[in-house]
Design a protein around this ligand. Structure first.
Ligand SMILES: [Zn+2]
Length: 245
């Protein structure tokens, strides 16, 4: 590795050590997109990433990230094998998995208390990580690992304590917005499902029977089942099924 690159990564890591209490072994949370890119570029994560970060690491993933890759089918079997090699950290979604990006983001909480470094090629997740204070972002640029420079919001937060508080508040608001956005989306999905219910014409003959309540229950069950499945975001599919990325 070129000395310039080494100095850069050293500087960024020191920033997180001094301002946010990061310590070795650094905990790296990986998702399937990162493993997929590593496989395509013949990057051995367990060898190259510790060498790049010049330190002790714990390479980790979550059950949700694994389930997402499993759902994507046999084409991604190679990346799945790599992902499964890493220890799985509890994410709180056991039994009710969510998409990997949402899962990893939830692992960070408001202030990234576990000092995770996020390793992903998922652009949406990358942007969400940049909007959080004190979360280093790692990705592959071709064969080359890159620890991105601390995001603007992170640098702002460290400038003064008072400002830091404001930024944390802003973070919380952003988080609430995001959450309410997600709630809206889910409500819409549920509404759609209800519209798709049994054809009213076919139910004409069955007049006021207790079956009405039964129907409602059935619908709720359907909705529940639907929501248990993970929907892979389109942009993630694009990353994963586009070999050039
Ligand atoms: Zn999870």
């Amino acid at each position: 590795m070129k000395i310039k690159r080494y100095k850069k990564v050293h500087k960024h890591l020191n920033f997180y050590i001094n301002n946010f209490g990061f310590r070795q072994p650094y905990q790296i949370l990986l998702d399937g997109t990162f493993c997929f890119a590593a496989l395509n570029n013949k990057v051995n994560i367990a060898d190259n990433i510790p060498r790049y970060l010049q330190g002790e690491l714990k390479l980790l993933t979550t059950q949700c990230a694994i389930i997402e890759m499993e759902n994507l089918g046999p084409k991604l079997g190679g990346a799945l094998v790599i992902l499964k090699k890493f220890p799985v950290h509890k994410c709180g979604h056991e039994g009710k998995p969510v998409v990997a990006s949402k899962c990893l983001l939830s692992m960070l909480g408001d202030i990234n208390p576990n000092h995770y470094i996020i390793a992903t090629q998922d652009r949406d997740l990358q942007n969400n990580v940049r909007n959080k204070v004190g979360v280093p972002l790692l990705y592959l640029h071709g064969k080359t690992p890159v620890l991105e420079q601390p995001s603007e919001i992170t640098i702002e937060a460290t400038k003064s304590k008072a400002e830091g508080l404001n930024i944390t508040e802003r973070q919380k608001i952003e988080k609430l917005k995001l959450e309410s956005g997600l709630v809206e989306i889910e409500t819409k999905k549920v509404k759609k499902k209800k519209k798709k219910g049994p054809n009213p014409l076919s139910c004409k003959k069955k007049k006021s029977k207790p079956g009405v309540a039964g129907k409602v229950v059935k619908n709720t069950e359907e909705v529940k089942n639907k929501r248990k499945k993970i929907r892979i975001p389109q942009h993630v599919k694009e990353i994963l099924f586009n070999k050039d990325s």
